[in-house]
Ligand binder design. Structure first.
Ligand SMILES: Nc1nc2c(ncn2[C@@H]2O[C@H](COP(=O)(O)OP(=O)(O)O)[C@@H](O)[C@H]2O)c(=O)[nH]1
Ligand SMILES: [Mg+2]
Length: 327
């Protein structure tokens, strides 16, 4: 039987052949598995890829001290509506920003390399919690494999640069080049593959309180090819940090949905976070598999034509909808 492999599969296989580190090999193999057409003709190949993945994972855990992913000091368990990793050269203000935006105790220092490992904290946007991760300085030639894996694993990146630094445009260009080279940044991302498109990257031009911000940003967007959105911010004055919260929530492309029991008030304390275009059935599945299986009727307040309108299981929910599910 012909395998009928796709362009996407061949691209991943090419990346596997070119991979120079175990991390890159593993990412490429996972992508091969995600993009391989699933039918009888590819069963043998699928099994072979799975075997190679498990062998690499085993080797990886041995070299990292017999640890699982959880024991990898660069791995940060995702929490909240999404994980946003801050990446940037030493002294650009990553730690200062994470400290202003979250409850995290991260070290702000006048000297570079103060942050040795990723430090997570939770940032609020309205009633949504978004995870921010402070990271060690980005130096293109010196990024260890598990740091690369942590970058690949995030939902969004905030590239932090220092607008008072004359080299900041070059630094940004080199970060973007690194991300493209590692195939973390792509024009398109096939389903099931961990990578980011340009809209999932925000550039934070920090120290806007003491920089000629506007001029520098104009220069950056001129010099850096395919430049993502640049937001001037300041960790000292808090300038534009609310805009960063809002933009991050928007770019994560998630909605928050509140649930209510029949005849009761809605639970407005803890929204469920779902990807854009999620349906009533997706919500039920997120709450409990059994609820999804036994779901009979649903009512929606918010996006529906009228409050408490009965809707089908495939009704597409909107941000801030209140949903009553009956099994
Ligand atoms: N003026 C000004 N200084 C800042 C700002 N953010 C950080 N700094 C200073 O820049 C230095 C490096 O900050 P830090 O957060 O440790 O940088 P990191 O290495 O990227 O984590 C410290 O002296 C901070 O006080 C800012 O928005 N404005
Ligand atoms: Mg730091």
């Amino acid at each position: 039987m012909p395998a009928n492999l796709t362009q996407q599969y061949y691209a991943a296989e090419e990346a596997y052949k070119k991979a120079s580190t175990p991390e890159e090999k593993l990412a490429a193999l996972e992508e091969m598995l995600a993009t391989i057409p699933k039918h009888k003709g590819t069963e043998k190949l699928q099994a072979d890829i799975k075997k190679r993945i498990s062998r690499l994972r085993k080797e990886g855990s041995q070299t990292q001290g017999g640890g699982s992913r959880q024991e990898d000091p660069f791995f940060v368990e995702p929490q909240g509506a999404g994980q946003v990793l801050l990446l940037g050269p030493p002294n650009s203000g990553k730690s200062a920003l994470v400290q202003c935006l979250t409850n995290a105790k991260t070290q702000v220092a006048e000297y570079p390399f103060a942050t040795a490992l990723p430090v997570p904290g939770m940032m609020k946007f309205e009633d949504v919690s978004i995870q921010l991760v402070d990271t060690p300085p980005f130096i293109a030639e010196g990024i260890p494999g598990n740091f690369t894996a942590a970058i690949r694993n995030s939902d969004m990146l905030a590239l932090v640069i220092d607008l008072t630094d004359q080299d900041c445009a070059d630094q940004l260009a080199s970060m973007l080049e690194f991300l493209r080279e590692k195939r973390i940044l792509r024009d398109e991302v096939p389903p099931g593959v961990r990578a980011l498109t340009l809209d999932k990257i925000l550039v934070l031009g920090n120290k806007a309180d003491i920089a000629q911000g506007e001029e520098m940003i104009e220069l950056i967007t001129e010099l850096v090819p395919d430049c993502p959105t640049v937001l001037p911010v300041s960790a000292v004055t808090g300038y534009n940090l609310d805009e960063f919260r809002r933009l991050t929530f928007q770019r994560l492309q998630v909605i928050r949905v509140y649930t209510k029991r029949p005849g009761k008030e809605p639970d407005l304390d803890k929204p469920f976070i779902l990807p854009h275009h999620s349906t009533v059935l997706d919500l039920a599945t997120a709450i409990h598999k059994e609820l999804a299986e036994n779901l009979r009727t649903a009512k929606v307040w918010g996006s529906a034509k009228f409050d408490g309108q009965a809707v089908n299981h495939d009704y597409v929910l909107s941000d801030k909808d209140i949903v009553e599910l009956n099994d």
